[in-house]
Design a binder for this molecule. Structure first.
Ligand SMILES: [Zn+2]
Length: 123
């Protein structure tokens, strides 16, 4: 299982600080530093309450400060906007970008100067 701290806590799963990588949580879809723990080692498997998606938050991230020497790179968040559906959020990103985007799940990937990330908002 690949899960974020919030989902791990809710399900009572270990929050393993050694085996972590960045990516979308298998429970909530949020892109975060997630725990990467084999399912068979989870005593309570998949008991996290399913949450309802109430919105899709589109995040516009400025990547123009990437590519410099190590330690000087950073990204800046320009804005976040909420949409009712995933297609609406994607369409809004493409309108903003000015071209169709080849989505990798909830992320536009690195588009050079900008990256769009969509985070489902769950309750
Ligand atoms: Zn999660």
């Amino acid at each position: 299982m690949f899960y974020c701290d919030a989902c791990g806590k809710r399900a009572g799963w270990p929050l393993d600080s050694l085996r972590r990588s960045h990516g979308p949580c298998e429970c909530c879809g949020e892109v975060a530093s997630c725990n990467d723990v084999p399912s068979h080692s989870l005593s309570v498997a998949r008991t996290a309450e399913p949450l309802t998606i109430v919105a899709y938050q589109l995040i516009n991230e400025d990547l123009t400060n990437l590519g410099g020497p190590m330690g000087t790179e950073y990204t800046t968040e320009r804005w976040r906007r909420n949409y009712k559906t995933l297609p609406e959020a994607r369409a809004a990103a493409e309108r903003d970008y000015g071209e169709p985007i080849e989505w990798k799940g909830y992320s536009s990937g690195d588009l050079g100067h900008v990256m769009y990330t969509i985070q489902p908002v769950r309750v």
